[in-house]
Design a protein around this ligand. Sequence first.
Ligand code: MN
Length: 237
Amino acid sequence: MKPIIGITSSTQKHNGLDSVSVHQKYVDSVITAGGIPFVLPIGNRETAKKSAEFCDGILLSGGEDLNPVSYDETPHPDVGKVNSKRDDFEIALVKYTREQKKPIFAICRGIASLNVALGGKLIQDVHSQLEKSIKHYQEAARGEVTHHVKVEKESLLHEITGQDELQVNSFHHQAVGRLADELKVSAKAPDGVIEAIEGKSRNPMMLAVQWHPEEMAHENEDMHKLFKAFVQEATKP
Ligand code: MN
């Protein structure tokens, strides 16, 4: 039985109307990895609970900045567009998915959602708050790699990819700050920015990356392996 993978979405204007939106490449990457994608609209606590019960795994997709209110901070001037309803929905979704002991794979904004949902905080603007940061918001095309990350040896990320270093794309101006207690670092950029995190416990699997593997998965075996490992975990009874 192929597992049902719930993919979180955003709200975007389409023909002037608020609409449910998710980039097609998340959907394609889940299908290629053997999962059945289900797009989850931003809802309320009840829809988050039902989504966690119904799905076999949750993919937290990319998108807006988290509202600093969600992690009890005041906003830095460079905080971008936020969507508080999405914050509330995803934080509830992480909580209920944890209760269900189902795997979570998180991408870009998703790494922030996961960390904040479990009690962590964020660096609100890497380029102004971190001295000597490298360029994390690339102008290169989405599938192009622009910096590398060093993978921690004793990590799930290392186990899945078998690599000490990964070449990644980079479309973020925020990053993981204080890490939630139950998470640990799995990869860092050359400037020390946290680029991947995972659960200290492997059960249930929680893996989050700051880059966009879905943009590379069709031609990059390591990125495909991330989706594959997640979908396989979601297949387990
Ligand atoms: Mn980066």
